[in-house]
Design a protein around this ligand. Sequence first.
Ligand SMILES: NC(=O)c1ccc[n+]([C@@H]2O[C@H](COP(=O)([O-])OP(=O)(O)OC[C@H]3O[C@@H](n4cnc5c(N)ncnc54)[C@H](O)[C@@H]3O)[C@@H](O)[C@H]2O)c1
Length: 431
Amino acid sequence: MSKKRYVQVGLGGRSRMFTSAILGDFSSLAELVAICDTNQGRMDFFNRQITEGEHEAIPTYKADQFDRMIAEKKPDTVIVTTGPDATHSDYICRAMELGCDVVTEKPMTTDEVRCRKILETQKKTGRNVQVSFNYRYAPPRSQLKELIQAGEIGEVLSIDFAWLLNTSHGADYFRRWHRNRKNSGSLLVHKSTHHFDLVNWWIDDAPEEVFCHGTRKFYTPETAKQRGLEKHGERCLTCPVKEKCQFYLDITEGHFKDYYYDCEKEDGYFRDRCVFGEEIDIFDNMSVSVKYRRGAVLSYLLHAYSPYEGYRIAFNGTKGRLEHHACENTYISGDGTVPGELEKGNTSITLIREFSAPESIEVRTGTGGHGGGDPILLTDMFDPNAPADPLKRKAGTRDGAYSILIGVAAYHSIDQHKPINVDALLNGERL
Ligand SMILES: NC(=O)c1ccc[n+]([C@@H]2O[C@H](COP(=O)([O-])OP(=O)(O)OC[C@H]3O[C@@H](n4cnc5c(N)ncnc54)[C@H](O)[C@@H]3O)[C@@H](O)[C@H]2O)c1
């Protein structure tokens, strides 16, 4: 069987999950034929790393040579791992127009206009787009899907969902491009796309109406003042008060140095901007209410400054209640540790059938990034003979769209102080 040809756009921290899979476990099925980025330094770092091992350097193309790369390298599939998230849609659409399939990191995109363009381009070209929703694949989250799908609690009527980001990983979103809505769609899109996708998939329904309150009360200049940090700098590297700041990040060492510090002269991408900066315009408290087509209601909270990282969710059904809670290990994206690992012994699933005592369900575990989801996702992505999946975890543009449109509707709701209809964001179209 001939190998599938891949090119990858965006060679930052997250890109390695895909490149390592192609060069490693899936090298008999897949070939990385080129890489592309706005930053030559990050591509060169990648090539330095792989040529230290048994691999040859991969041809590099700057972002403005994307079309040339496709013409010369003739890939089957383009993998989009660029950040800012708002850059995804241009590559997703152009790749399809040039005859390629696409694998894209979440969020698929950041607003309704770009979302409609992706959907229209896919209709026109008939190409395949996979959105890499790794959270679905984490064993405990797949377990919840099995229990709900098996009808253990009947029809789900309501969901309470609270996600806590801590002052390590959560704070990190306020340091770089994520901190501005034009780049990330705010955490309501960048982060919550995972969570809204999980709910849409768990209950197998699509959102209809969204209302949201959002505030920024922690990552603010006022908080800096309260902590005696009012003389903070633009970034940690040159900050006059770094010695007394608990949010100080040193990017002159390890992975941060290779990926960011050594490459910043080329594009001015500072990885360590102050988490209390004036320019931040995303929320750190978000309270979202979603009504689904079949009538279920979701109450969702996202906080970005918690002392620990994790989540609690409860599904209330016509025949009982299902509760799940999990804590994640502390990490910062790109610090070289396994991201989003679930803490052992700190994850639970409880099933309470109607008129019955709570039943503790043994939680399945997995190893690897994002609660053990990353390695299973990769098999689904790169192995054409991956076993058929009764949980239907492979996600496409419909899933990508409805997961971001809840967040997009939520930020419009905050701006306009009113509920937002999700179909209206697609000009009345139902997917
Ligand atoms: N599924 C997950 O769990 C998960 C985890 C982390 C990140 N992500 C996603 O992965 C993506 C990348 O995140 P990251 O942390 O690696 O970001 P990053 O900032 O570390 O890297 C982004 C890369 O994209 C490049 N880039 C920027 N604009 C570009 C453009 N117009 N054309 C080509 N390249 C461009 C940058 O130079 C950089 O190399 C984001 O969309 C993020 O949401 C997903």
